[in-house]
Each structure stands twice: as structure tokens, then as C-alpha cells.
Design a protein around this ligand. Structure first.
Ligand code: IMP
Length: 193
């Protein structure tokens, strides 16, 4: 049975979420910092999948345990899927909602569909596997809500933004938890009792 796995990020929220998912299987999730390694691989891929593998393989080369990495972003239909893999670099930190609202200012109500996407790549030396999750929604006209991060204040599900949901509500529908569920089932199958 597997007892340790690394998540290729030091992001505290992602680490906590992964721990909640894997602790029932008795699997400890460690961050690069906790394992005493560091790397800052360039995300040169043109897809979420490529970037997730770049991060997972980079960290797997540094440690003696399986590693998984995620890559995510928002894809807006009226912008031909942009910002996509460039979501984190689309605008200066904290200005991503204003930038997207500006780029969408002439887009009519019926054409404001978008989705969040997440791909998790898993690498253990013998096997590589990846899992995706999607969360469909629409882009609003103004920022609302203070929870979440990134594009959540303008990402609508029904009449509420993702930033108006509790973390639990967001987790139950999010692209990241959908991809994590895929990874969880895979790990359970591969390493389970
Ligand atoms: P990364 O995969 O952690 O590098 O995230 C990529 C970028 O996509 C983030 O910086 C956010 O701008 C955006 N993003 C990804 N997931 C979410 C989400 O759940 N809410 C809001 N923004 C997100």
C-alpha cells in the first residue's frame, strides 16, 4: 500500500484539500517544502495537461515517491477559450476580473458562457495518468462576493457567483474537486488493499 504522495505545490489550500481527500486512505500528502525540495518549472505547455505533466515530472525527479500536479484556468467561449492556460498571467495579480470584464464588455447575455478546467497529472516512475474536471458557468457584469479567488467574483452558476458560495459549496461543483475525484479513484484502485 502507498503511504506517501507529493502534491507539486506549496499552496496551502490545495495541500489541505488533498489531505482531506487522501487521509481516509491512510495516505500522507506532503508538499515540496516539507520534503525539502524546490523547483520552479516553466509552464511552457499549450494545454493544462502538458503543464500539469511538466510540474509532476519535474518534482518526481527530485523525490522518491509518487507525485501529482494540477493545472487549471478559465476558458471563455466568446474569447475562443482564452485566457485558458494563460489565466494566471492574463492580468496583474488581483486585476484579472476587471480585465476579463473589460474584454467582455460588448458580449451579449446569451454569449457569456465559460468554464473552469483542471487537469491533474500523476507520475510514479512506472505509470503516468491524468484526470480532468470541468465546471460550467457564465461571466457576469460586475464583481460579487468575497470567497474563493481569481475569477470567482465574476463566475456565475445560476444567479450566484462562485465567490458568493461557501468553500464547501464550491468544492462540491468545482473543476478541481472533479479532477481530484478521478485521481482518488485511480489511487484507490492501484494501491488499495
Ligand atoms: P493554477 O493552476 O493554480 O496555476 O491556477 C491558474 C489560474 O487560473 C489561477 O491563477 C486563477 O486565475 C485561475 N483559476 C483556476 N482555478 C480557479 C478557481 O477555482 N477560481 C478562480 N480562478 C481560478
Amino acid at each position: 500500500m502507498l503511504n506517501k504522495i507529493m502534491i507539486a505545490t506549496n499552496n496551502a489550500n490545495k495541500l489541505r484539500e488533498a489531505r482531506e481527500i487522501f487521509s481516509p486512505l491512510g495516505i500522507e500528502v506532503v508538499s515540496p517544502r516539507e520534503a525539502g525540495v524546490s523547483a520552479d518549472p516553466e509552464e511552457t505547455g499549450t494545454t493544462f495537461r502538458e503543464n500539469a505533466y511538466i510540474k509532476a515530472r519535474t518534482f518526481h525527479a527530485l523525490v522518491d515517491m509518487p507525485v501529482f500536479a494540477d493545472d487549471s484556468g478559465i476558458c471563455v467561449d466568446a474569447l475562443d477559450g482564452r485566457p485558458g492556460v494563460y489565466s494566471a498571467r492574463y492580468a496583474p495579480d488581483g486585476n484579472e476580473c476587471e480585465k476579463l470584464l473589460g474584454d467582455m464588455k460588448d458580449v451579449p447575455e446569451g454569449k457569456r458562457t465559460a468554464h473552469y478546467a483542471c487537469v491533474i497529472a500523476f507520475v510514479d516512475g512506472d505509470t503516468e495518468a491524468d484526470f480532468s474536471g470541468i465546471c460550467e458557468g457564465r461571466i457576469g457584469y460586475e464583481k460579487r462576493g468575497t470567497n474563493g479567488f481569481g475569477y470567482d467574483p465574476i463566475f456565475l452558476r445560476g444567479d450566484r457567483t462562485m465567490a458568493e458560495m461557501t468553500p464547501e459549496e464550491k468544492n462540491s461543483i468545482s473543476h478541481r474537486s472533479a479532477a481530484m475525484k478521478g485521481l482518488y479513484e485511480f489511487i484507490k484502485e492501484r494501491y488499495g488493499e
